[in-house]
Design a protein around this ligand. Structure first.
Ligand SMILES: Cc1cc2nc3c(=O)[nH]c(=O)nc-3n(C[C@H](O)[C@H](O)[C@H](O)COP(=O)(O)OP(=O)(O)OC[C@H]3O[C@@H](n4cnc5c(N)ncnc54)[C@H](O)[C@@H]3O)c2cc1C
Length: 264
C-alpha cells in the first residue's frame, strides 16, 4: 500500500498541498529520512509471504512492529524440508566476534563433508521419528490403525531448528527500514541477511526515493559519537590523535578506523 507520493502527501497534509514536482518530492523525502521524521513513512505498508528456517524466524520475530500470521505445526504436519547450508557457507566460529562465524574462514573440504553428512542424516532421522510418533505419513494418512499417534503439537518438539516455517509478515515502511538496517548488515547472521538483501531490492523498486535517502543517511551513513567527532575534527586540523588519548575504547577506535578507511 502506498508509494513515494504517499509519504510526501502525508508530510504535506498540514499545508493542504498535494504532491509537487518530482525533484521537490525527492528533496522532502530526503529531509524526512535524514531528520528521522518517520510517521509519513508509516503511510506505506507491505505484506510478505515468507518461507524461512525456524532458527531464522526466531531472530526475525524479535522485530515486534510487524503483524504476523504463522503456519501452525499444531494444526498441520511439518514439511519434510530442512535448511542445509552451502559448503562455502560452513565457516568456523569467529575469534573476535563471539556471536558469529568468521566468514573468511571456511571449513576445509573434509570437515565440510562431515558437517553436511551430520546435518542431513540427523534431520532425516528426526523427521522419520516425527512421522512415526504422529502415526501418519507425509500426506496425513494413518499408518497403523491400532495406534492413536501422538499429537502434532508434541511430536514437533523433536524436529531441528533447520525445519521451515512460513508466515505472512505485514509491516509499514518506517519499521521495515529499521528491520533492514539491522538485518541487511554485516553484523547480522548470513541466513537472515540474504532475506533482508532481497527485501532491500524490493524496497528499491517500490519506493525508489525513500530507498535512496535511506541508503544515503542510514544504511551507508554513520552515527558518530561525540569523542569520535572530536577525533575527526583534530584529524581535519592535522593534529595528532591516538586511541589512548581519544576517549574511545580500543573497539570504538577500531570501528572508527574502519569507517574512515584509515591504516591505523
Ligand atoms: C546483530 C544482532 C545481534 C543480536 N543479538 C541478540 C542477542 O544476542 N540476544 C537477544 O536477545 N537479542 C539479540 N538481538 C535482537 C535485538 O536485541 C533486538 O531485539 C532486535 O534487533 C529488534 O530490534 P528493535 O527492538 O529495535 O526492533 P522492533 O521490535 O522492530 O522495534 C522497532 C522499534 O520500536 C520501538 N519499540 C518496539 N517495542 C517497544 C517496546 N516494548 N518498548 C519500547 N520501544 C519499543 C523501539 O524504538 C524499537 O527500536 C540481536 C539483533 C541484531 C541485529
Amino acid at each position: 500500500m502506498g508509494n513515494d507520493s504517499s509519504v510526501v502527501q502525508a508530510a504535506r497534509v498540514s499545508y493542504g498541498q498535494g504532491t509537487k514536482k518530482v525533484n521537490a518530492d525527492k528533496g522532502l523525502i530526503n529531509y524526512l529520512i535524514a531528520n528521522r521524521h518517520t510517521t509519513p513513512l508509516e503511510m506505506c505498508e507491505i505484506k510478505f509471504h515468507i518461507k524461512l528456517p525456524i532458527f531464522v524466524a526466531r531472530q526475525w520475530n524479535r522485530h515486534r512492529t510487524a503483524s504476523v500470521n504463522e503456519y501452525s505445526a499444531r494444526y498441520s504436519i511439518v514439511e519434510d524440508e530442512f535448511y542445509i547450508p552451502r559448503a562455502e557457507n560452513l565457516s568456523a566460529q569467529s575469534k573476535i566476534n563471539h556471536q558469529g562465524r568468521d566468514e573468511s574462514k571456511v571449513l576445509n573440504a573434509v570437515e565440510q563433508k562431515r558437517v553436511l553428512e551430520i546435518l542431513k542424516t540427523d534431520s532425516l532421522k528426526s523427521y522419520q521419528h516425527y512421522l512415526e510418533m504422529i502415526n501418519q505419513d507425509e500426506a496425513g494418512n494413518i499408518v497403523d490403525d491400532q495406534k492413536e499417534g501422538l499429537a502434532r503439537e508434541l511430536a514437533r518438539m523433536n524436529l531441528p531448528l533447520s525445519c521451515y516455517t512460513q508466515w505472512y509478515w505485514k509491516i509499514d515502511l518506517h519499521n521495515l527500514l529499521h528491520f533492514l538496517n539491522l538485518r541487511a548488515d554485516s553484523h547480522a547472521q548470513y541466513e537472515i541477511r540474504v532475506y533482508a538483501q532481497v527485501m532491500l531490492d524490493m524496497v528499491k523498486k517500490w519506493v525508489p526515493h525513500c530507498f535512496e535517502a535511506f541508503v544515503k543517511h542510514h544504511k551507508q551513513g554513520q552515527n558518530i559519537s561525540a569523542p569520535a567527532l572530536e577525533v575527526i575534527k583534530k584529524m581535519l586540523n592535522n593534529e595528532k590523535v591516538n586511541q589512548e588519548e581519544s576517549g574511545l575504547s580500543v573497539r570504538e577506535w577500531g570501528e572508527l578506523v574502519k569507517i574512515l578507511n584509515l591504516q591505523n
